[in-house]
Structure formats: structure tokens, C-alpha cells
Design a protein around this ligand. Structure first.
Ligand SMILES: NC(=O)c1ccc[n+]([C@@H]2O[C@H](COP(=O)([O-])OP(=O)(O)OC[C@H]3O[C@@H](n4cnc5c(N)ncnc54)[C@H](OP(=O)(O)O)[C@@H]3O)[C@@H](O)[C@H]2O)c1
Length: 255
């Protein structure tokens, strides 16, 4: 069965990581293109309430909120089910759950590093699988996964976060290939440095961007049925060069 047409009036959007600045920009961009009803799923009830209000102001006719921590994997199926059921189904799911953690190579805090892996790989991975199943069972839809350029080649400057995003990126691509014929289109979004609270206080990397730019790239990717997009788009070519750099040169990079 083919995917529900994105841009269709009344398209239902479910956001996992419902307070994410990038995810909220994506929903605003989708709403700008066509009316949306939204379910925001996240761990912080107050943050979700504020995010829901922001989306209502942006024109979303209906915004629900559901509380869920990515680490509570035993509740994922129930809460995802409620999000889909209460909206009357889902056309677009945006998976934005993620934490940056400590940057650099060998972590100074092993427990905190393990938490990053738990949230970004186990928690987000469980949500990805659950959302993919729901979309398939509902006849199709678009699943937008916020990966990162950090997923593309292991880097000493970003060892744990990069590894976690590589795992999620790989899972998203494989599920996308597996479910394409079922009408589920998985869009892997690889932003570079985006100015949000996640990167607050960090020195911007080359081609740094803002959530609205990522949102336009993601919405265009949904509409075109793309499998992978980079934000800003020029990063695609920069990362091609980075991927091809010989090891001895690449390993000298500190950023
Ligand atoms: N900003 C960048 O430069 C950048 C670049 C590439 C990729 N990304 C990815 O884009 C996504 C969104 O990032 P952002 O920039 O929009 O940052 P953000 O505003 O900090 O969004 C991160 C989201 O993850 C949620 N989250 C974290 N831990 C969670 C947990 N245990 N359970 C449930 N939710 C949890 C946060 O919820 P709370 O509000 O409760 O903390 C928030 O909704 C992330 O996956 C990030 O890795 C960001």
C-alpha cells in the first residue's frame, strides 16, 4: 500500500522528543505547508505543554501531549499506541530524542557516557522500531529520524555521541529499506552543527545552521521521498570529502 500523501490536509504528526527545538521547527514547517494535528511525546510535562502552546499558535488545530522517557522502554509500545490511537492514526513520525553528552575521545565519566548510549541507541532505537511497526500496520507513512553528520565516520572528537548516532542511522536505513514496499518511507536527516540548546556554549562548526533550515530540508525530504538528507545541503559534499580523507590525515582532525 502506498504511503499517506504528506502535505495532505489533516495529516497527523507524532513527535518523539516533543520538546526538541529541531523537531518543533519541522512541525511548524509542515504546518506552514498544510494543516496538521500533532501528538508530542516526551519526558518533561511542562516543556511539552509549552511546546504544544507554541504549535497551536503556529496554527496546528489539535496538539496532544504524552509523557514518556526514552529509557522506559517497557512503556514505549503502550505510549506509542496511545499517540497513534488518540490522533486516529499517524502519517508522519519525527524521532528527535537525543543527548550530546561529553565531547572528546575517552570519556571521563563512564556512567554518563553509558547513559548517552542508552538514550541515543537503546531508547531512540526502541522508539524507531515501535514507530515503524505502527506506521506499517497503519498502511504507511513517513518516519523522520534525526541522525547527525557525526554518524558518518568515527571521530576522536565525538567518540560516544558519534557511535550512538551511527547505530541509530544504520538501524533507520535498514528499516527504511525493509519497509519501503509496505509504504513506510524512512528519512534519515543528518544535520551538522545546529544552534539549539543542545549546542549552547559550543564553538560553531563549519556550515553551522539553525532549526528552521533543518526543518525545510526535512520537509522537502518528506515530500520528495528521499532516504537521506543533509542540513544544510552543502554538508553532503563536505562529508563526502571527509569520508574519503586518508586515515592518517583524518585522525589528526581535532573537531
Ligand atoms: N543541535 C545539533 O547541533 C544537532 C546536530 C545533529 C543532530 N542533532 C540531533 O537532533 C535531535 C534534536 O536535537 P535538538 O538540537 O533539537 O536538541 P534538543 O532541543 O535538546 O532536543 C533533544 C530532545 O531529546 C529529548 N530527550 C533527551 N533525553 C531524553 C529521554 N531520556 N527521554 C525522552 N526524551 C529525551 C529532549 O527532551 P527534554 O526536553 O526532556 O530534555 C528533547 O526533546 C537530537 O537527536 C540530536 O542528536 C542535533
Amino acid at each position: 500500500m502506498s504511503a499517506a500523501p504528506t502535505g495532505a490536509p489533516g495529516a497527523r504528526v507524532i513527535v518523539l522528543g516533543g520538546t526538541s527545538e529541531i523537531a518543533l521547527a519541522i512541525v511548524r514547517e509542515l504546518q506552514r505547508r498544510a494543516p496538521r494535528e500533532v501528538a508530542l511525546v516526551g519526558r518533561d510535562p511542562e516543556g511539552l505543554t509549552a511546546a504544544a502552546e507554541e504549535l497551536r499558535t503556529a496554527g496546528c488545530s489539535r496538539v496532544l501531549t504524552l509523557q514518556l522517557d526514552a529509557l522506559e522502554t517497557d512503556r514505549h509500545e503502550e505510549i506509542l499506541g496511545r499517540a497513534f490511537d488518540e490522533l486516529g492514526g499517524g502519517d508522519v513520525v519525527v524521532l528527535a530524542v537525543g543527548v550530546l553528552g561529553e565531547r572528546g575521545g575517552l570519556p571521563t565519566d563512564a556512567a554518563a557516557a553509558t547513559d548517552v548510549l542508552r538514550v541515543n541507541v537503546v531508547g531512540a532505537g526502541s522508539m524507531l522500531i515501535g514507530a515503524a511497526r505502527r506506521l506499517r500496520d497503519g498502511g504507511g507513512g513517513s518516519l523522520v529520524v534525526l541522525s547527525s553528520v557525526a554518524a558518518e565516520r568515527p571521530r576522536r572528537a565525538n567518540a560516544v555521541y558519534g557511535a550512538s548516532k551511527s547505530a541509530l542511522d544504520a538501524l533507520a536505513q535498514s528499516l527504511g529499506d525493509d519497509l519501503r514496499d509496505d509504504g513506510v518511507r524512512v528519512l534519515v536527516v543528518r544535520p551538522g552543527f545546529v544552534r539549539t540548546r543542545m549546542t549552547q556554549g559550543l564553538d560553531p562548526a563549519p556550515l553551522s545552521t539553525d532549526p528552521d533550515t533543518v526543518a525545510r530540508v526535512a520537509a522537502d525530504g518528506i515530500d520528495s521521498g528521499a532516504r537521506i538528507v543533509w542540513a544544510p545541503p552543502a554538508l553532503r559534499w563536505l562529508m563526502l570529502v571527509v569520508r574519503m580523507l586518508p586515515g592518517p590525515i583524518f585522525r589528526r582532525l581535532r573537531q
